[in-house]
Design a protein around this ligand. Structure first.
Ligand code: 5AD
Ligand code: SF4
Length: 450
């Protein structure tokens, strides 16, 4: 069995759950695709380009399939969920289509596939969190790991396909999260990233779909666990285990969460807070649930409570009806906030979303490209400014591995999630090292241990 993952961290984490489910029924992992009798693609639907990449990857398997008559190809994840049976009609090389909530059915589905049928399960669930599965770590550096804490998304941003591909929001039992992280610590891991489409709306009240906290009975309220409470539980496992999380939502991140981050040394001072646009008019069309002022207010709050907190963004440029003024609002918001880092995209219309049904994707390709490059250029300058502020300071860096460029150097990250390169000396992955920053570029810090 060979698994290839695309898209967000949640997909990479799901692949570790899939590997665990299949290892229990005797499938063996290989990192050599030509050796495999089963190839899984864990797919992403977020933008059209992501889907095109998967389609060409599937076509590239034609040769392998003609050489190995036993070879089966399975498509998992968001694209499987979005296209369902249509996938089998459109892609003749595919034998199996399985959505993100149906992985426990894989052993049964593979039985049908191995007897020559093609199989599909794209059932979404209100309950499934895979909390009882102990993931098999894939391509691991043995220092950092992803831990899924919730699944699905109830937000219905008008541009986004995720609510359709990953279903309703539901939170995972905190006890299983604590157990998983404790085991990771005992196995030598020193950093976990808690994953969810919207971690700030994490709410454990015994399982099932997300409901409003105020609608819980008094008994359930008393025993419920929100994101801030979960962070505290997880941070207390061991002060040498670093905690990160992704992704926060500006409408839901609470002062309580920000205070918790500042209270625990091992919760990293880094927040990924997608803004999407700096124009309140566009944010409304996107159904983001906040406006420009609200967003800036959240940033100010973060900086007041956690000085020097690393903050990154996602921005979608050229959403439906975006004018030059709206675009300039995005640039001016970037100027006002000065993000440390960002992920920037051109709007890509996704079938069946509200934006596809109701609004016109009316910004020309040329204008989209120009606006996106202006945003990227601004971010590059800001990243450089932010990194330069770090030169001369000393930070605790968790070593993750050898630098790609030289065996004499190691790399790791600061609390702000900044990649830092420094001479190896006697250090190894998993060590915390105090590094004095000597130099930087817009993407990386360079330093020396002190
Ligand atoms: N087009 C472009 N970017 C998108 N994203 C989500 N949907 C789309 C889309 N239709 C971006 C958002 C989100 C990130 C994961 O991907 O910025 O935060
Ligand atoms: Fe992840 Fe979103 Fe892609 Fe699904 S569509 S794999 S949730 S990035």
């Amino acid at each position: 069995m060979y698994i290839e993952s695309y898209g967000c961290a949640m997909n990479f984490s799901d692949s570790e759950i899939i590997a665990s489910i299949l290892s229990k029924v005797g499938y063996i992992q290989t990192s050599d695709i030509t050796n495999a009798d089963l190839i899984f693609l864990n797919t992403c639907s977020i933008r059209d380009k992501a889907e095109q990449t998967i389609r060409s990857r599937i076509k590239s398997f034609k040769n392998l399939k003609s050489k190995n008559s036993k070879l089966k190809i399975g498509v998992l994840g968001c694209m499987a969920e979005r296209l369902k049976n249509k996938f089998l009609e459109e892609e003749k090389l595919v034998d199996l289509v399985v959505g993100p909530d149906a992985y426990k059915d894989l052993p049964e589905l593979l039985k049908s596939v191995n007897s020559g049928e093609r199989a599909v399960n794209v059932e979404l669930s209100l309950e499934e969190t895979y909390g009882d599965i102990s993931p098999v770590r894939l391509n691991s550096n043995n220092v950092t790991a992803f831990v899924s804490i919730m699944r699905g998304c109830d937000n219905m941003c008008t541009f986004c396909v995720v609510p359709f591909t990953r279903g309703r929001e539901r939170s995972r039992d905190p006890e299983t999260i604590v157990q998983e992280i404790t085991k990771l610590y005992n196995d030598g891991y020193r950093e976990v990233t808690l994953l969810g489409q919207n971690v700030d709306s994490y709410l454990w009240y015994g399982g099932g779909p997300k409901i409003d906290f105020n609608k819980l009975s008094e008994i359930k309220k008393a025993s419920s666990v929100n994101f801030s409470q979960l962070l505290k539980k997880v941070a207390k496992i061991n002060s040498n285990m670093r905690i990160r999380f992704s992704t926060s939502h500006p409408k839901d991140i609470t002062d309580e969460v920000i205070n918790t981050i500042s209270k625990f040394e091992n919760i990293c001072n880094y927040i990924h807070l997608p803004v999407q646009s700096g124009s309140s008019r566009i944010l409304k069309l996107m159904n983001r649930g906040y406006n420009r002022d609200w967003y800036i207010n959240r940033i100010n709050k973060i900086r007041e409570i956690i000085p020097n907190c690393g903050i990154s963004h996602d921005i979608i440029s050229s959403f439906c009806t975006e004018s030059e003024k709206d675009h300039n609002d995005t640039l001016s918001l970037m100027e006002e906030v000065k993000f440390d880092y960002g992920y920037m995209f051109k709007y890509s219309e996704r079938p069946n979303t509200k934006a596809a049904r109701k609004f016109k994707d009316d910004v020309s390709e040329n204008v989209k490209s120009r606006r996106l490059s202006e945003i990227i250029e601004k971010q590059r300058i800001h990243s450089l400014i932010k990194n330069r502020e770090k030169v001369g300071n000393t930070y605790k860096v968790l070593v993750e591995g050898k630098s790609k460029k030289s065996n004499d150097f190691l790399y790791g990250r600061t609390t702000h999630n900044l990649v830092t390169i420094f001479p190896k000396k006697k250090f190894s992955p998993g060590d915390y090292v105090k590094i004095k920053i000597k130099d930087c570029n817009s993407a990386t810090l360079f330093g020396e241990s002190i």
